[in-house]
Design a protein around this ligand. Structure first.
Ligand code: ATP
Ligand code: MG
Length: 512
């Protein structure tokens, strides 16, 4: 018997016979139960002593002006749920049943009080279990209510979908606001009713994805009731549902966000187009001024020379005639050169620029280029070529490499006083080759330096040295196609050093 744990049980004894009270107390004490008791013999006393702190009421069935059933009624009317045990001298079966029916916990005969202790403990246990159950039920109702509110008031569309069949089990009212369907229209249907035809999901691929990965985050188009589509963010996860699982999917309308993004993108594109247009316009005007300047000189030379030949050839000796023909030829050559440069830059600037690396002997190749420059610049050129480190086999695009070296070397010669030394060095590192070209020429003014690789840009100190301003932009593009870098250091009136670094790592070893 659970007696030791119960120190004192608050009891109200409804009884008019003091001997009977003693009997009850004695019997309970014998059973190890101590009561902290008060006693009432009539209705007013009973009512006065009624309070929620009571653990049990032991009531005699028959009192002179009061009864157990009336007492039970009074207790219930006050909303109290105190275990109520009827203890009586004699009772019929029907009355006993009636007591239980009306809410008494138990009934006992006074001459069978040996069961009283157990009856009290049992009644207390039942009350405790009852209270616990009610607490649990209240907590459940509370959480259900919270979930319901959350579900129904959420601004996002929340769908609960059978994870096997794809049938919609429930959906909140945001469906109407976001997509225009009353929720009941979708419940019981396949969720694919929300997927536009253009993105057919008849296989339920969304559902499969969620099932396979446990969760899904995506942005997709969903179908509105009016047939238009709505861009939405979707997040979905698998949750336990009843005895199986369901997929809970949340859809959020991102139309506005999309519009803002699109507007921003359009603005960016327009801005970029504007910038591009500006650059193009500037290039065009630079091109026009270059052409008019660079073509005018050879054209007027051709004009003059041919006029002289036409009108006065009969008065010229062979040497004079040959001089004018040579001038015409040289002018034409210059114009062809200029045209070639323009065509080259055009060709290299397209995305699919030709890049055909082949194995070459770089030292021999450089020597060849130096010879060409020397030949073209005759007495002016004084290039000193040197090689450091151990040459390895490299794969480079010959024609691009020629553009790089010819442009840098001819600049170094052209923008230096006649005959002054130009140092041209090749330095082999493990994974790259460093090409350095140094002159002691006119240098590049600091103001011009950051625009040197722009097409048609020429520094303000070139005076009458001819040029189109295309060589460096061609060289830069050719270096970039090799995955290399180009840079320079220069001081006006002191000289210039250009450095080109070409990667040579990862090249296959030459075949035996
Ligand atoms: P071209 O297209 O015929 O080569 P260019 O020599 O004027 O004409 P780039 O080779 O592109 O054109 O060079 C651009 C400008 O850079 C030159 O006009 C010159 O002002 C400056 N520059 C280039 N190299 C040197 C150098 N070594 N020393 C001084 N200035 C230089
Ligand atoms: Mg040049």
């Amino acid at each position: 018997m659970e007696t030791t744990s119960l120190t004192a049980i608050n009891a109200l004894i409804l009884e008019d016979q003091p001997d009977d009270i003693d009997l009850v107390l004695y019997e309970l004490e014998r059973q190890g139960i101590i009561l902290n008791w008060r006693h009432a013999a009539n209705e007013p006393d009973f009512v006065k002593l009624l309070n929620p702190e009571l653990d049990v009421i032991l009531a005699d069935f028959n009192l002179p002006q009061f009864s157990a059933l009336r007492a039970l009624e009074l207790m219930q009317a006050r909303g109290l749920e105190i275990p109520f045990i009827v203890v009586t001298g004699s009772i019929s079966e029907e009355i006993a049943v009636e007591c239980i029916k009306r809410g008494a916990a138990d009934y006992l005969l006074k001459d069978r009080l040996s069961r009283l202790g157990t009856a009290i403990l049992q009644a207390l246990r039942e009350r405790r279990l009852n209270l616990e159950k009610r607490h649990a039920e209240a907590a459940l109702r509370d959480s259900e209510m919270k979930f319901k509110t959350l579900f129904s008031e959420s601004l996002d569309v929340i769908l609960i979908i059978n994870s096997e069949s794809g049938v919609v089990l429930d959906v909140n009212k945001s469906l109407l606001r976001s997509l225009g369907y009353p929720p009941h229209q979708l419940v019981g249907k396949y969720y694919t009713a929300l997927i536009p035809d253009s993105t057919i999901d008849s296989e339920g691929e969304l559902l499969t994805m969620v099932r396979n990965h446990g969760a899904l985050y995506d942005s997709r188009e969903f179908l509105r009731a009016d047939g238009t589509t709505c861009p939405m963010d979707i997040t979905a996860t698998v949750i336990p549902w009843g005895t199986g699982t369901a997929v809970v999917a949340t859809l959020r309308d991102i139309t506005e966000r999309r519009q803002v993004e699109e507007a921003r993108q359009t603005a960016e594109i327009l801005q970029a187009q504007l910038e591009h247009e500006k650059v193009l316009n500037e290039l065009k005007s630079r091109f026009v001024s270059m052409v008019s300047h660079e073509y005018r000189t050879p054209l007027s030379t051709i004009m003059t020379s041919s006029e002289l030949l036409l009108n006065y050839s009969d008065r010229m000796d062979e040497e004079q005639k040959s001089r004018y023909f040579t001038q015409i030829q040289q002018s034409v050559k210059n114009m062809i050169l200029l045209m070639d440069e323009v065509l080259t830059i055009e060709k290299l600037n397209i995305e699919q620029a030709p890049f055909e690396p082949r194995e070459i002997d770089l030292t021999t190749f450089c020597n060849g280029v130096v010879d060409e420059i020397n030949f073209n610049h005759q007495d002016d050129s004084n290039i000193e070529f040197s090689v450091q480190g151990t040459p390895t086999t490299v794969k480079l695009d010959e024609s691009l490499l020629r553009q790089i070296l010819t442009n840098l070397l001819s600049n170094a010669v052209k923008y230096s006083p006649g005959g002054s030394k130009v140092l041209f060095s090749l330095k082999w590192d493990s994974d790259r080759v460093v090409i350095t070209i140094t002159d002691r020429g006119i240098g590049i003014p600091a103001d011009d330096q950051k625009r040197m690789f722009e097409p048609f840009h020429r520094a303000r100190n070139v005076s009458d040295i001819s040029g189109t301003g295309l060589g460096l932009s061609i060289a830069k593009r050719a270096v970039e196609l090799h995955g290399g870098t180009i840079g320079f250091q220069s001081a006006e009136g002191v000289g210039t050093t250009f450095v080109v670094i070409l990667p040579v790592a990862g090249e296959e070893a030459p075949e035996a």
